[in-house]
Ligand binder design. Structure first.
Ligand code: FES
Ligand code: FES
Length: 164
């Protein structure tokens, strides 16, 4: 059967069963490979996308539960020519090592900065606490989110201080 999904502003009819995880459809049917398969168990955050602006773990989200919602993937944030401030900041801070976790870090940070661009270092760490980085680049990741927050209009969040 086909399931209708709206992803990054475009509607798609996907030939898949309603219990198919969103991550599989994004990567295998829609060629949106930014979201990554890490654990498949909602434990690592590598597969994070936004559903109506809220971060969800696409590895455990069945597409049948997504009728009438707006799904945003990292491909929907910006382009190489016009990157989102978060994408620019992650590049500027050299926040990726292997890069596998970075999709989830950016998408979780997007939700935080959308509601609070002046998020503090503590708030950034809390928002990203469920996103795991096996390379240990957490300090640079937090620094990148704070940098993006400043570009997006936050005034009081300061600079990176400690580790998460
Ligand atoms: S792959 Fe979804 S949380 Fe790890
Ligand atoms: S940069 Fe490698 S997992 Fe985070």
């Amino acid at each position: 059967m086909a399931v209708s999904l709206k992803v990054n502003g475009t509607s798609h009819n996907v030939p898949a069963e309603p219990d198919t995880p969103l991550l599989y459809v994004l990567r295998n049917d829609l060629a949106l490979n930014g979201a990554k398969f890490g654990c498949g168990l909602a434990q690592c955050g590598a597969c994070t996308v936004l559903v109506d602006g809220k971060p969800v773990r696409s590895c455990i989200t069945p597409i049948g539960s997504l009728g009438g919602v707006e799904i945003t993937t990292i491909e929907g944030l910006g382009t190489a020519a016009k990157p989102h401030p978060l994408q620019k900041a992650f590049i500027h801070e050299q926040a990726a090592q292997c890069g596998y976790c970075i999709n989830g870090m950016i998408m979780s940070a997007k939700e935080l900065l959308d509601r609070k661009p002046n998020a503090t270092e503590g708030e950034v760490k809390k928002a990203l606490a469920g996103n795991l980085c096996r390379c240990g680049t957490h300090n640079r990741i937090v620094g990148a989110v704070l940098r993006a927050g400043r570009e997006l209009g936050g005034q009081t969040n300061g600079h990176i201080g400690g580790r998460i």
